[in-house]
Design a protein around this ligand. Structure first.
Ligand SMILES: Nc1ncnc2c1ncn2[C@@H]1O[C@H](COP(=O)(O)OP(=O)(O)OP(=O)(O)O)[C@@H](O)[C@H]1O
Ligand SMILES: [Mg+2]
Length: 239
């Protein structure tokens, strides 16, 4: 589904990512973990076209997306929930969602197609506040709007940057429940996550990013060992 090849990217002339190789298969949920400043958000922003790479390629389903602008990547099934959510806070929930609805591509085979009504059903708390300005919602509700908006782009790959940071445990549980459902319906997921416990619960495997490089891979079936061994966690997250 997604191939990242020798990707180098950064800000100005300064590279932050020094040659990243990764892949995400169809139906896979993959985590990116790593310490603050490792380059996780830079990678996400490069994947969705907000940061222009200096070298390397991004392929989706065999097609080269490296030089496509963000909206063209959305049309090809990549939807992103950014760290800062990027919602229109002055606009209502309804207007934020309707803008996405009109920008959406065609859903691929093998993933669900979402109507406005359906994304609202996923998040009842948001449905209740349909006519409220997004800026007046709680952080958790805003995160739900951001996910709902991403789903209206009809993606087959959902990229989420620090989805759960700063949210109450009850809200985190609700959001992760929805993500898990999407996963069982065939959505590929790339999850940038600070919490190893959540990453282990939500994904099949992971890449550990450190100073702009893939320092380690946690392969399928290895999560349990990582959770049980403190020294591994320390090495992964601070090494
Ligand atoms: N807009 C920017 N201009 C210049 N440098 C930046 C910019 N954004 C990030 N950086 C630098 O790029 C490096 C990687 O930052 P990035 O935000 O990608 O890390 P991260 O892994 O997402 O960290 P965190 O866990 O804190 O979210 C850092 O050294 C950061 O200072
Ligand atoms: Mg970040």
């Amino acid at each position: 589904m997604l191939q990242i090849q020798s990707l180098q990217a950064g800000y100005g002339a300064l590279p932050v990512l020094h040659g990243i190789d990764m892949s995400i298969g169809k139906d896979e949920a993959v985590a990116i973990v790593g310490p603050n400043g490792a380059g996780k958000t830079t990678l996400v922003r490069t994947l969705c076209g907000l940061v222009k790479p200096m070298a390397g390629r991004v392929l989706k389903d065999g097609a080269d997306l490296t030089n496509l602008p963000p909206h063209r990547r959305a049309e090809r099934g990549i939807a992103v929930v950014l760290e800062n959510r990027n919602l229109f806070v002055e606009l209502t929930v309804r207007d934020n969602l309707r803008l996405a609805e009109s920008a959406g591509g065609k859903a691929s085979a093998g993933v669900p197609r979402f109507s406005l009504e359906e994304v609202l059903t996923l998040f009842p708390a948001v449905k209740e506040r349909y006519h409220t300005s997004v800026g007046l919602l709680s952080g958790g509700q805003q995160q739900m709007v951001a996910i709902a908006r991403a789903l209206l782009l009809q993606p087959d790959l959902l990229i989420l940057d620090e989805l759960t940071t700063g949210l109450a445990p009850k809200i985190v549980k609700e959001i992760l429940g929805v993500l898990n459902n999407l996963r069982t319906q065939g959505m590929a997921i790339l999850l940038v996550e600070q919490s190893i416990t959540i990453a282990a619960e939500m994904t099949d495997r992971a890449y550990v990013l450190s100073v702009g490089r893939v320092a380690q891979e946690i392969k399928r079936g290895e999560w349990q060992a990582v959770l049980e061994d403190d020294s591994l966690i320390k090495a992964y997250l601070h090494g």
